[in-house]
Design a protein around this ligand. Structure first.
Ligand SMILES: [Zn+2]
Length: 463
């Protein structure tokens, strides 16, 4: 059975719920999409959204999360076997919200059917793909979208396969400046900001995109068009749980994560320990002052070491002094390009960072071409703890159980001030700068050896 979206319009909502209503974002559009062809051998002939995880269809997980955070209305754009989806959801009341299912029989891409139905959607709403399992606090995301005055906000995170993901490029204020759709050309470095298929959108910003008819894609058409026309497309970074289960391997992984209890809002936003990492001489070859991305070279064994630390449950955060910016020897854009390459090179080996925090300042004047506004005694240049504190706030990190790894005495002194255990690595400067007296807890040959120290330490604690 197929019917036009207009016929299915909801009557005005009789109730309001929680923060999302105050923010004016309490509607969720779910793009149920097609048949999970790649999953058919595993699950049979089922629309993707009805594939069970932990014995419950993905769609039910999505609706329950939506209801829990205060979404009151849901529109499901269904294609393949849409009648079955409609029968499952009904009017949504058994999930604690009001739902309608719009069945579209011709393939419309991820955005086509929604763009055709803008008039029956409210002023702002969430968009979620039907093959995504998530534990995201939608209230926080909506607040960020509204506070920043965005037209379109996309949840982004790093993953361990950026080379075959759609990647976003952002400016210093997290506005998206470019989209790099997979497949990527060789010899370019696109960082590791992966679009996770969860958006908050302002309806009227999408109207120009609705003019074209037929198949439309949210990334390649809608986002790209918005950016080209100067629209405000915002990247919302989050380390909360969001994974698609579109291949047998990923479906298995998501099922395991569900069994391990990782798919609750509570566990998804839980704080935990981190490994803080210096950059030059610890992760990459110390090369005087690195000015361009082309000079970057990972030290041997770095990516596997980071993978093993993440496997052990640590967040991974780089804290780096970049006085080259204050001295006018490199711009913020140069350093950002270097960091995109760093993330790209790590991604090639399945490793990724949760954040890179840099201090652009330098206290002493007298360099030709220096930028006087950055020539200050700041709170963030290591051994000061400003970068560490900012990372803890942003990434829900607990100092307890965290470590600092670096090649300079200022890294070890920062660890002492922050109350972190520290490891001095013998790569790079190897502590020979002798500027600060603080003693490291351990000395290791390189990052791989330092990771070994931490993992052995963990094992001892576990005994
Ligand atoms: Zn600073």
């Amino acid at each position: 059975m197929s019917r036009s979206p207009q016929q299915a319009a909801l009557s005005p909502s009789p109730f309001t719920v929680g923060d999302l209503s105050r923010l004016g974002v309490n509607h969720l559009a779910i793009i149920a999409g097609g048949k999970g062809s790649r999953l058919a051998p595993l699950v049979g002939d089922v629309p993707k959204v009805l594939i069970p995880i932990g014995g419950k269809p993905v769609l039910q997980h999505q609706l329950e999360l939506a209801a829990a955070v205060g979404i009151s209305e849901v529109t499901i754009f269904a294609g393949y076997l849409g009648d079955r989806i409609e029968a499952f959801v009904g009017d949504g009341s058994r999930f604690g919200l009001r739902a309608r299912t719009l069945v579209e029989n011709e393939p419309m891409g991820s955005a086509g059917a929604l763009l055709r139905s803008l008039d029956i959607l409210p002023g702002q709403f969430f968009v979620l793909y039907g093959d995504v399992m998530l534990a995201v606090d939608l209230r926080r995301m909506a607040k960020c979208h509204v506070d920043r005055g965005a037209d379109f906000t996309a949840l982004v995170h790093p993953n361990d396969h950026p080379q075959d993901s759609d990647l976003l490029e952002v400016d210093a204020d997290e506005w998206v400046t470019a989209i790099h759709a997979y497949p990527h050309p060789p010899d370019k470095f696109f960082g590791n900001l992966v679009n996770a298929a969860l958006y908050v959108v302002r309806r009227d910003a999408l109207r120009p995109c609705a003019a074209a008819i037929g198949k439309r894609d949210f990334v390649k058409d809608v986002m790209a068009e918005l950016i080209a026309k100067g629209g405000r497309v915002l990247a919302y970074r989050s380390s909360e749980y969001v994974k698609d289960m579109g291949t047998p391997g990923r479906l298995k992984k998501v099922e395991a994560d569900w069994q391990a209890g990782k798919l609750t809002l509570e566990s998804s936003s839980r704080s935990g320990p981190a490994i803080f990492l210096d950059r030059d001489g610890t992760l990459i070859v110390e090369n005087g002052y690195l000015r361009t991305a082309n000079e970057l070279q990972l030290l041997p064994g770095v990516a596997p070491a980071l993978r093993s630390l993440r496997q052990a449950g640590y967040r991974l955060v780089v804290l780096t002094n970049q006085p080259v910016i204050a001295r006018g020897e490199a711009s913020e854009a140069d350093v950002a390009a270097t960091h995109r390459r760093l993330e790209w090179e790590l991604g090639k080996e399945g490793a990724y960072l949760d954040g890179i925090y840099l201090c652009p300042h330098h206290p002493d004047g007298g360099f030709p071409g220096e930028r006087s506004e950055l020539k200050i005694a700041c709170q963030c240049r290591k051994p000061a703890t400003g970068l560490f504190e900012r990372a803890c706030r942003d990434l829900q990190i607990e100092a307890r159980g965290s470590w600092m790894i670096g090649d300079q005495t200022r890294d070890i002194e920062m660890a002492r001030r922050a109350g972190l255990r520290s490891i001095l690595v013998q790569t790079g400067v190897g502590g020979r700068d002798a500027k600060f007296q603080a003693a490291p807890d351990y000395i290791a040959d390189d990052l791989a050896a330092a990771a070994g120290v931490i993992l052995r330490h963990e094992k001892m604690l576990a005994l």
